[in-house]
Design a protein around this ligand. Sequence first.
Ligand SMILES: *Cc1c(COP(=O)(O)O)cnc(C)c1O
Length: 401
Amino acid sequence: MSKKLDSSVLRDGTKVVVSGRDPKRFGGMVNPPVYHVSTVLAETYDQLKSRDQEEESGIQKMTYGRRGTPTSWALENAVAELEGGYRSLTFPSGLSAVTGALLAFLKAGDHLLMTDSVYGPTRRFCNTILKRFGVETTYYDPLIGAQIGSLLRSNTTVVYTESPGSHTFEVQDIPAISKIVHTHGAKIMMDNTWASPLFFKPFEHGVDVSIQAATKYIVGYSDVMLGTVTSTKEAWPELRDCIGDMGQCAGPDDLYLAQRSFRSMAVRLRQHQENALFIAKWLQTRTEVQQVLYPALPEDPGHEIWKRDFLGASGLFAFELQPFSEKAIVAMLDGMRLFGMGYSWGGFESLLIPENVRNIRTAVPWRFEGPLLRIHIGLEDVEDLKDDLSDGLDRLRSLYG
Ligand SMILES: *Cc1c(COP(=O)(O)O)cnc(C)c1O
């Protein structure tokens, strides 16, 4: 921002407020204006040429709507700063950020190592489109750690991580994996959506390319689809060129809403964490619950690594029920008053859905006996959330057997 503020010395709570904003540039306005633009006119032939050259050399200069605008840079620069990477790009959804990142660093004949706990649609992309383009995917145990070395082949160019994993919340040993992967000369990618740019700093732990489904906590209001990819300086040219060649860009109003929400992310995340921890601990006391899968709990198998590497826990986790029938689960879910049943998460509202990933895992045997429910804890009063869940678990038990 203004007056030579050295943002590198600032704490995250301040960084989310100041990074990516430059009021001086826009007549003092606190927020960046929304640029609706395709064509950007040059005054002279020389200006046309020089701005293209500047943009090509990496300077954020407007040449054409798709190539970036002050509206996209406001968000991209803020995300890059908070994640601790060099630069970021924005995408029209989280999934397009995932697929864009993969396509930027893979080619026909390459081998991809993919965590078995990955977000379902990412897995599908590997099994369909990447396969069609001649990239072979091997799924690995998310808890493999340094043993990843035994799976690396001469043509392995990307190792993809997601920690904790979507659905079952395994915490991966990112520093151990990245060390081995770099010795091999490959790149390590991470889907960092669960932690948001606040609770895990991918680049401090060796990640080369970090992905955010901004739809979740960056947007935070369940009303915008958006994704970001952030990389190291070394990986940046390859990423920027590929995404530019593919023509990926996000719409100005969505970008604006996301950078607006970004400013309250630290406050929101703090409350998501407090509420989620309260509900997770309370669920542990209920006899209908077999186990709670939330790395912030001391009993969670991923707790030690989470404590070592993460700065906090978000509002998304899962719990395994005793082996109740589907009919009992339907009675629980259909009667919820506050918890909505729907995909996505990261908004201000609480959600509860059944997990149906048992049959898609291939690297490690399914380790749960009872049904799994995935829960997102929003910003409501936790006592109300507890009452709703308590009644739901009572309905479940009343239909037992
Ligand atoms: C939701 C999600 C995505 C995809 O984001 P969309 O914006 O829904 O396309 C990717 N990764 C993870 C971990 C997610 O939860």
